[in-house]
Design a protein around this ligand. Structure first.
Ligand code: TRP
Length: 383
């Protein structure tokens, strides 16, 4: 059996991911210690996801921070393709974005690409996509974003503004570029071929709404990078700053290898999962354990391939010393998988209980966040 080929596109992530290779392939830069120090200087402390290399790569972040130091504030832009319920993996970049919003007092533009999900998901109706936008927005609000500094753009609901700005982008992107960057073929529907120009828009919105060039930082998993290449190209042609990016790795699933995928529900914990379901999923998770207790005591487990350890590492064990200790206890056979699963479960269940409460409360706040009537650009009849 050969090694599975690594494929990373906005719609597909398969194979064993080599992040160093991705940096080379996509032409991004690794996050250097110097840059991390600079973030720390302004933010007060480095977020766990920066300390642990969850965010590992960037474009123009040095430029953006220089601007910030010279008094030019930046806007944040991130988003979600509302394909179904939100799972824990989705929350990772959002939690990080909130840290950036709080630390740099930045406005956040959050795009819900209900149009994209409708276009690429055969069985999805546009109504379903809009319902997912509403549902996913509850998760976003539950994380505690500041409504005064956060605008959530549903592409379908904000179509007039989005479309009119996207036209400027679309005019500068040829079909051959779109094919090369996204892998579109003659079988791709023409909606999805146009769509990258819509995903470019929120990077320019801060500048358009404020009437001056505003630097923009996009935190996102690295599979979204093709979009930013097209966006940066268009920015240059349209006279906007090129948006900067900070890229994260993928949240592994509970299964063996690969990222958390909503299309394989056993491999991910949804934010709306009931406690018993969560327990079952964690108990059945793939670990780096040995076949028998005896063997594990003698030879130790392998935390590096263990999905339970990854969950603790990426999100739930915030104490750096503790996560190191867990790693060590596993490797030396002093801790068995059952105990480790229980540690994770004891963290995930209370988190979800709280989150689900906040999600309910979020239903009253949806209008405060939606950009619907707040970003209507003016269209002149004449001249
Ligand atoms: N295309 C993304 C997805 O399918 C959603 C998205 C839109 C996004 N704009 C973004 C993600 C900006 C990160 C940053 O999930």
């Amino acid at each position: 059996m050969g090694i599975e080929e690594m494929i990373v596109t906005p719609w597909e992530v398969v194979g064993k991911i080599d992040y160093k290779k991705l940096i080379e392939k996509f032409g991004t830069k690794p996050l250097s210690g110097k840059l991390l120090k600079k973030i720390e200087k302004h933010a007060g402390k480095l977020h766990m996801q920066l300390r642990r290399g969850v965010f590992f790569s960037h474009r123009d972040l040095d430029w953006l921070l220089d601007k910030y130091e010279n008094g030019e504030k930046f806007a944040l832009y991130t988003g979600r393709g509302p394909s179904g319920p939100v799972h824990l993996g989705h929350l990772i970049p959002w939690v990080f974005t909130k840290y950036l919003q709080d630390s740099f007092d930045a406005k956040l533009y959050f795009q819900m690409t209900d149009d994209e999900k409708y276009l690429i998901t055969p069985k999805m109706t546009s109504k379903m996509a809009l319902n997912h936008t509403y549902d996913n927005l509850l998760d976003l609000i539950a994380l505690g974003f500041d409504p005064k500094k956060t605008l959530v753009i549903s592409d379908m609901r904000c179509a007039r503004t989005m479309y009119n700005i996207a036209l400027n982008v679309a005019k500068h992107v040829t079909l051959s570029t779109a094919k090369a960057v996204f892998g579109f073929t003659d079988n791709s529907n023409i909606g999805i071929v146009f769509f990258p120009s819509i995903q470019a828009v929120p990077a320019f919105l801060p500048s358009i709404l404020e009437g001056k060039n505003v630097p923009c930082l996009i935190p996102a998993a690295i599979d979204q990078d093709p979009y930013w290449r097209v966006t940066r190209d268009a920015a240059h042609k349209l006279g906007f700053y090129k948006p900067a990016q900070i890229h994260s790795k993928f949240m592994p699933g509970l299964g063996k290898g690969g990222k958390m995928s909503a299309s394989i529900p056993e491999t991910c914990i949804f934010t709306i999962d009931e406690p018993e379901i969560v327990e079952k999923k964690i108990k059945n998770a793939f670990t780096g354990g040995r076949a028998t207790v005896k063997e594990q005591r003698r030879l130790g487990g392998n935390p590096n391939i263990c999905s339970v350890h990854q969950y603790l590492y990426y999100m739930f064990e915030k104490d750096d010393d503790k996560i190191k200790e867990l790693h060590n206890l596993c490797e030396t056979g002093k801790m068995l998988c059952g105990e480790c699963k229980q540690i994770l479960l004891d963290k995930v269940q209370p988190f979800l209980k709280e989150h689900q409460k906040k999600r309910e409360k979020a239903k009253d706040k949806v209008d405060e966040f939606l950009a619907d009537n707040k970003i209507n650009i003016k269209l002149p009849w004449k001249g």
